[in-house]
Write a protein that binds this ligand. Structure first.
Ligand code: TYD
Length: 142
């Protein structure tokens, strides 16, 4: 599977469930690139210690595909693309929110103890970010 495999990323935003290996010792979730995650994994980062009053994000990516997983706590994710405007609540480690390219998104940490794990198919590249909403709407319309 190629990196930034857009074909496997339709729809642009999708809530997915991961299989849990659970027993009396607890739970384990394993995510393998190209299998549980529809792209090759190039980067993992996590965000924590975020005040509920300070939402983050407010950008879109030109090419990057990502999966957001709230591995602890409760996070609201707002997404806008095309004519759509959607809210997702991430409150379980087995839920993943697939966000493709050209989706304007922001995250609110409803529970301030939350930890957001993000898996991406590209290395960090500031040139891939669209941080201005009006430029996002222009690029989306092309
Ligand atoms: P920023 O894009 O502002 O975070 P958010 O997605 O929550 O809006 O990133 C915060 C800082 O971290 C910024 O200086 C860029 C840096 N950063 C990296 O160095 N590597 C990364 O993979 C990411 C996502 C951010």
């Amino acid at each position: 599977m190629s990196v930034n495999n857009v074909k496997s990323m339709t729809p642009k935003v999708e809530l997915v469930r991961f299989p849990v290996h659970g027993d009396e010792r607890g739970s384990l979730i394993a995510l393998e690139g190209g299998q549980d995650v529809p792209f090759e994994i190039r980067r993992v980062y996590y965000i924590y210690g975020v005040s509920a009053a300070l939402p983050r994000g407010f950008h879109a990516h030109r090419k990057l595909n990502q999966i957001l997983i709230c591995i602890h706590g409760k996070i609201n994710v707002h997404c806008e693309y095309g004519e759509k405007e959607e809210e997702y609540i991430l409150d379980s480690s087995d839920k993943g929110l697939l966000i493709g390219s050209l989706v304007w998104h922001s995250m609110t940490f409803i529970d301030e103890e939350s930890v957001l794990l993000v898996i991406a198919d590209g290395h960090y590249d500031e040139a891939d970010y669209i941080r201005d909403y009006n430029i996002f709407k222009k690029e989306e319309g092309k």
